[in-house]
Design a protein around this ligand. Structure first.
Ligand SMILES: Cc1ncc(C[n+]2csc(CCOP(=O)(O)OP(=O)(O)O)c2C)c(N)n1
Ligand SMILES: [Mg+2]
Length: 818
């Protein structure tokens, strides 16, 4: 045990090597005249292609005078970011060849896709993947026309882009994506271009700290390149309008050594960029060499580049009297009106010809050999780096047998267990078996969500400073495999590309705060959907597994702010091809579901499971069957099968979610005692999508199956974990759906006891009994008395909670004894 006095005197153990900031190393020329000429020519070819993509549908090499009919009717795409993106790309190519680097390219401003697609085409990958976009004039014409054209590809670095694992449509995730790709990929460098507008987003701002989680012994490196082109869509960027001192200090504070490359003159800029980028690559290698030769993890000052270039660099200086190059007006298409303004057509032609395409491409439209050889070949091309089609590298997890972690069940509903605690043991062994391609991600909640068993085999990754008292339970280690940072954005970003590069992971977070990454989930689901349905060359990747814990119904001490079960509503908006939502009611079901999710590919699996103690219902054998079916009658809780013909239930008690399941069971117990003749069928839903029809979701029940389970006309009292409308939304096509009465969270909450919270939202046992009484016609006079008693129970229990600060012992200790 550490003593208090130790704590007082302790000073952080420095893990970071402090090297002087070196910035202005580019005074000498590193490129020979020949190299400079060629690299500039290659960049000109990229820029030419970028403009061609945005403007042309025909006449790709301008062999004929440019006419309006050669130009697309709708001009879409972003020129502004493109020149810098390809500038960086060609300079990376030089070093990839020189040092035989394995590198991938992340374009933060992915809207500048023309700046990426150009070099991808020039290095041949595009034509290999899409043979009709061949490296000749015919292929170039198709390549131009397809860009941002209906029926073809989008204007970002979409999944169709070879080498892309980051679309960059929604800004903010480039840095976290870059780091996620290099964790456990020691030989990989992720070159990550960050837009200066993008850098204003919350997710990007916090992701700079990813370097505190990067271990130079076992992980690769990220080279961030902040493209300070000064503007967003129609505004200056903050980082471009602060002093150099402030700017550089910011990155020093984030733990980087910033190298500044600044200017307009391409010739000078090529020399500077070549020198700085080479210095950065050498630094990265030195750091890795130092760490790996001694097997010693430390946090170095990683290099990063601040590239200050004009927005729309090399584009038209002015259009119609307005400044364009170096201003926000170059963000998208510098000039339109191509079908009404001949002057603009002339300007476009001059602009394109300024790159001298005849010097770059031969008669057939193929890049000339002396330029072709500037690009790396084979899998060294950033567009063909194997990690960018990670499904091909993916190896199945070595899975322990989840049945070995089963909770013993003698009688359903009598034993209480922390479900996620059991899962933690299973995940511990998944981790133990897969110590270089599986990680667990959470915003400082691994222990809180009861998954601490994982720490028996690995700790939390931590490359920042250590204090002596950290020995006392902080569970930090430079080689830990549990990723904890209080940034759901960063965690989600890391995990997404960890998966896209062929590995496996598990993300868990508080239910209410998963909303922080709503739109990241959206983007990833869209990415998967496109890959699955439209990009056949992308191999399936491991599913994104998200477990929501610390659920709405057990936020009695955190209160209202922590009560929000709405993430699953969002999930159900996304493509049925890639979304799955599970509500395991107990630990054995959770194990079965988790095993299934960890083995699956190309989905976002959402598992909703609370961390507190809950009643256990199914043996492992029963749980496997129940989860395989996804929905089922719990016979032991039902009494509608009496062996008389024709048997029919009077009411169906349906439930979905661990807490609502217990309340439904408790209500069923009351019903069976109070109305022994009432025939109750008890149905539990694990797989939420069972409620949709099979035409809407592959998991959906057919109408026939649904009617057999729920009957065609009996009242259904559906107790749901989340917002009630979601069940109505999913089941809206079912027979007589107006008989389906859903209880769920109604935004009623505060500091409550669990039962009080349930009562306020009417998912509690007493309100459910009242619901049955109100919906089932033949209950007779007794119903009135039972209904009164239920109302009395509600009043009593609320009063008890407010006087004692807890629920009555008979509620807390309730078990299923029927
Ligand atoms: C999160 C997000 N908000 C807003 C937008 C709309 N948007 C598209 S491009 C852009 C400006 C981006 O500026 P910057 O990152 O500097 O890239 P640049 O175009 O200058 O290369 C904006 C605001 C977006 N794509 N994503
Ligand atoms: Mg910008």
């Amino acid at each position: 045990m550490l003593l208090r006095s130790n704590l007082k005197n302790s000073s952080p153990k420095k893990t970071m090597v402090t090297t002087p900031i070196s910035k202005d190393i580019a005074s000498e020329s590193v490129l020979s005249t020949e190299e400079l000429r060629k690299i500039h020519a290659y960049w000109r070819a990229c820029n030419y292609l970028a403009i061609g993509m945005i403007y042309l549908r025909d006449n790709p090499l301008l062999k004929e005078p440019l006419k309006p009919e050669h130009i697309k009717q709708r001009l879409l795409g972003h020129w502004g970011s493109s020149p810098a993106l390809s500038f960086i790309y060609v300079h990376l190519n030089r070093l990839i060849k020189k040092y035989d680097l394995s590198t991938l390219y992340i374009a933060g401003p992915g809207h500048g896709a023309p700046g990426v697609l150009g070099p991808v085409y020039l290095e041949g990958t595009y034509s290999e993947v899409y043979p009709d976009k061949s490296e000749d004039i015919e292929g170039m014409q198709k390549f131009f026309k397809q860009f941002s054209f209906p029926g073809y590809i989008g204007s970002h670095c979409t999944p169709e882009t070879p080498g892309s694992i980051h679309e960059g449509g929604e800004l903010g995730y480039s840095v976290s994506h870059a780091f996620g790709a290099v964790y456990d990929n020691p030989d990989l460098i992720a070159a990550c271009v960050v837009g200066d507008g993008e850098a204003e987003t919350g997710p990007l701002a916090t992701a700079w700290h990813s370097n505190k989680f990067l271990n130079p012994v076992r992980d690769g490196a990220v080279l961030p390149i902040l493209n300070l082109n000064g503007y967003k869509i129609a505004n200056p960027t903050i980082l471009s309008r602060i002093s150099s001192e402030e700017l550089e200090s910011l990155f020093v504070g984030y733990g980087y050594t910033p190298y500044v490359v600044e200017g307009w003159d391409p010739e000078l800029m090529h020399q500077k960029m070549a020198a700085v980028m080479e210095e950065c690559v050498i630094k990265i290698r030195e750091i890795q060499q130092e760490a790996r030769s001694q097997n010693k993890a430390f946090r170095p000052r990683w290099p990063m580049i601040i590239l200050r270039t004009p927005k729309g660099w090399t584009g038209p200086k002015d259009v119609d009297g307005h400044k364009v190059e170096g201003f926000w007006r170059s963000h998208q298409v510098p000039m339109g009106g191509m079908h009404s303004n001949p002057e603009h057509v002339k300007l476009l032609e001059e602009w394109m010809k300024s790159y001298k395409p005849e010097e770059l491409f031969d008669e057939d439209g193929t890049l000339i050999p002396e330029l072709k050889e500037l690009a790396p070949t084979g899998i060294r091309r950033m567009s063909a780096n194997p990690t960018t089609n990670g499904g091909l590298l993916r190896k199945e997890l070595k899975m322990p047998d989840f049945c070995d972690y089963a909770v013993e069940i003698d009688k359903p509903g009598t034993v209480q267990v922390e479900n996620t605690g059991i899962l933690g043991k299973f995940l511990r062994d998944v981790m133990k078996n897969n110590m270089n391609n599986f990680r667990v991600f959470g915003p400082d909640e691994t222990a809180s969500n009861r998954l601490s068993a994982i720490y028996e085999v690995t700790k939390k990754t931590w490359l920042a400073d250590y204090l002596p008292e950290d020995q006392d339970g902080s569970m930090l280690a430079p080689d830990g495999r549990v990723m904890e940072m209080l940034s759901e954005h960063t965690l989600e970003g890391w995990l997404e590309t960890y998966l896209l590069t062929g590995r496996h992971g598990f993300f868990h977070t508080y239910e209410a705060f998963v909303h922080v990454i709503d739109s990241m989930f959206n983007q990833h689901a869209k990415w998967l959907d496109i890959c699955k349905n439209h990009v056949s060359w992308r191999a399936p990747v491991s599913s994104l597994n998200i477990m929501l814990s610390s659920l709405v119904w057990r936020q009695d001490h955190n209160g209202f702010s922590h009560q929000d079960p709405g993430f699953v509503d969002l999930v159900t908006n996304k493509s049925a091809d890639v979304t799955r939502v599970y509500f395991p009611p107990d630990a054995n079901c959770l194990l079965s579901v988790a095993d299934h999710c960890l083995r699956s590919t190309n989905y976002v699996n959402v598992i909703v499971s609370d961390k507190q103690k809950h009643l256990q219902y199914l043996t492992m054998d029963e749980a496997v069957k129940h989860c395989t079916k996804g929905i089922g009658i719990w016979e032991w809780a039902s009494n509608d099968d009496c062996g008389t013909e024709p048997d029919e239930p009077d009411v169906i008690m349906a439930c979905c979610g661990d807490i609502p399941t217990m309340e439904s069971l408790a209500a069923t117990a009351i019903l069976r005692e109070e109305f022994p003749d009432l025939k109750v069928r008890f149905i539990n839903v694990v797989d939420l999508y069972k409620l949709q029809t099979e035409t809407e979701h592959p998991h959906g029940l057919s109408n026939k199956e649904f009617d057999i389970l729920f009957t065609a006309d009996k009242p259904v009292i559906f107790n749901f974990h989340g917002y009630p409308w979601l069940i109505h939304k999913l089941a809206y096509r079912r027979t007589n759906q107006e008989r389906i009465h859903v209880r769920g969270y109604k935004e009623q909450g505060n500091i409550n006891t669990p039962l009080e919270l349930a009562i306020l939202n009417q998912i509690d046992r007493f309100n459910l009994v009242i619901d049955v009484i109100d919906r089932v016609p033949q209950l007779g006079s007794r119903a009135a008395y039972v209904r009164e008693r239920m109302r009395d129970e509600i009043i009593d229990n609320l009063a008890y909670a407010h006087s004692e600060g807890m629920d009555k012992p008979e509620v807390v200790n309730w078990t299923w004894d029927s």
